[in-house]
Design a protein. Structure first.
Length: 176
């Protein structure tokens, strides 16, 4: 088990914090000589994942299994944020392949609405389609959703590992 901050420090010698900026990530990529070609419209998330995929994720092939927890709050999806500013989210890799991801659900309707509106604003700013706000979801939260957590296990990925299949596309029963 390792935190995302520990991974960035170990493999990039960079102190990732809940307040790390987009510009700091861009500078890190430039310093490391990454292959990613950024553009001014790239989001914090896109830059973060470009660094993660190029410099950190390949290292997971050396380990049997790794669980990453917590994540930067900007990658929280609809998960809770911990008191120290991190997303209460995790991912599990097995021999370099992500097989599961999960988080503690954010069940605060006011915070969820604020995040959904912020997501809409980001999409609009980037010229992308703006997702509608799910009012039914917010209504259920207002009625009182108890604490919850979930994890998604990629059965296709587990099958890929068990059958020693190189490309995940080859696990589809009806390839397109």
């Amino acid at each position: 088990r390792v935190s995302m901050a520990e991974l960035f420090f170990e493999f990039l010698n960079f102190e990732l914090t809940p307040n790390t900026t987009r510009d700091q990530l861009l500078a890190l990529g430039a310093q490391r000589g990454w292959s990613y070609r950024s553009s001014p419209s790239d989001s914090w998330d896109e830059i973060f994942f470009a660094l993660f995929i190029e410099f950190i994720e390949p290292e997971f092939k050396k380990w049997d299994i790794v669980a990453i927890h917590p994540f930067p709050a900007r990658l929280c999806a609809l998960s809770r944020i911990t008191s120290d500013g991190w997303a209460d989210r995790m991912e599990i890799y097995f021999h370099g392949i992500e097989i599961a991801n999960g988080f503690h659900e954010l069940n605060d309707p006011i915070e969820n609405l604020a995040r959904l509106k912020a997501e809409q604003a980001r999409a609009l700013e980037l010229g992308k389609s703006v997702p509608p706000i799910d009012s039914e979801f917010l209504t259920y939260l207002q009625k009182g959703m108890p604490p919850a957590a979930g994890i998604a296990l990629g059965l296709d990925r587990v099958f890929q590992i068990l059958m020693n299949i190189e490309n995940i596309r080859n696990t589809r029963p009806f390839p397109i």
